[in-house]
Ligand binder design. Structure first.
Ligand SMILES: NC(=O)c1ccc[n+]([C@@H]2O[C@H](COP(=O)([O-])OP(=O)(O)OC[C@H]3O[C@@H](n4cnc5c(N)ncnc54)[C@H](OP(=O)(O)O)[C@@H]3O)[C@@H](O)[C@H]2O)c1
Length: 311
């Protein structure tokens, strides 16, 4: 059944793809952004765009509320924005917010599913995300705020430099590989990584629009089907770039000294955590069916970097 969907962040990497897929599925989609994003955007033909900030109550009340959405989606939520959306768009029966699997680390069980502990702070988890997710799920418990949380793993695909093995998204890492320069690396080949292809991740939100009653108060981990080792990830990049680079094992301190852009917190430390998730709940409840493996997503991302001259 066609539904009215209001997508905040519709010019973003995931938000744009959510808007596109919802429109292609026959829903009436309205996108919202401030109109300042300069990153590449997917084709939004046929999607009405509203320009304003989700943090502006007057904009929400006077411009967004008259759309009378059935579903409100925010690809980059915050507590403040989520509370404002709930206050001003109360008629909507579903609110879909994007979170992150970064809330679960360090993993105690592999593959981890939605029952994995996440509410307690750890030295490496995304505490801002945990605080936000707790806030919204508590509001669901207390006052039936009809929220659904989607937790993607690291995002991969066209329109973004892929994760590098320094724990960031530094095109310089892949440039070294492409030009056969030595690449300093903290030994990490055994660590597991699981990337979600951007269109696949967006498809989970679009599918959830068709399951309004089954998803309220629920969390869904979304990614590709299986984790791979960082060794395999690196070999995929090397093969695509025909790289003959020597890999030079270094300590974290030495890496930071050599590559000043490397960060420990939410960077290298996070890369060294296993990422290995079970997407079975999204498959069962939403019919989520990812089309790309981590390797295929990585090749799409690198091909895009080459095509656009970044690499
Ligand atoms: N990167 C990863 O590997 C990773 C992993 C797990 C989870 N995640 C999560 O995945 C999500 C990524 O979403 P995305 O790719 O769509 O983000 P994105 O590409 O950064 O896009 C952000 C969107 O939000 C809009 N926006 C920002 N502030 C706004 C405001 N105040 N009012 C209205 N619109 C606003 C932006 O447009 P304007 O600036 O023009 O307003 C843009 O359309 C994030 O929630 C992130 O935490 C990321």
């Amino acid at each position: 059944m066609p539904r009215k969907v209001l997508v905040f962040g519709a010019t973003g990497e995931i938000g744009g793809r959510i808007a596109r897929l919802c429109a292609d599925a026959g829903h009436h989609v309205t996108g919202v952004s401030r109109g300042v994003n300069t990153r590449p955007v997917v084709d939004l033909t046929g999607i009405e765009m509203l320009h304003g900030s989700k943090l502006d109550p007057v904009f929400l009340q006077q411009v967004c509320a008259p759309c009378k959405p059935d579903v409100v989606i925010d690809s980059v939520p915050s507590i403040e924005a989520g509370d404002l959306l709930w206050r001003h768009l109360r008629g909507a029966g579903n609110f879909f917010f994007c979170s992150s699997t970064g809330r679960y680390v360090p993993l105690q069980v592999l593959p981890a599913d939605e029952s994995h502990p996440w509410r307690e702070p750890t030295p490496v988890n995304f505490q801002r995300q945990c605080a936000m997710d707790s806030h919204f799920l508590d509001r669901w418990e207390r006052e039936q705020f009809p929220v659904t949380l989607f937790c993607p793993t690291n995002i991969i695909g066209e329109h973004r430099v892929p994760l590098d093995l320094w724990g960031g998204r530094d095109i310089g890492f892949f440039k070294r590989l492409k030009t056969h320069q030595p690449v300093p690396l903290v030994p990490c080949g055994h660590v597991l990584v699981q990337s979600g292809y951007n269109w696949d991740l967006a498809s989970a939100f679009a599918r959830a629009v068709d399951h309004p009653d089954a998803v309220r108060g629920e969390t869904f981990i979304i990614s590709c089907k299986r984790a791979i080792t960082l060794d395999r990830y690196l070999e995929t990049a090397r093969a695509f770039l025909n790289s003959r680079s020597e890999i030079v094992p270094v300590t974290p301190d030495k890496l930071i000294e050599t590559i000043p852009t490397v960060r420990m917190r939410h960077g290298l430390e996070f890369l060294l955590e296993h990422m290995c998730f079970d997407i079975g709940k999204a498959e069962r409840v939403l019919g989520y069916a990812p089309t790309h493996t981590t390797e295929q997503g990585l090749i799409k991302a690198l091909a895009w970097c080459v095509e656009t001259g970044l690499l």
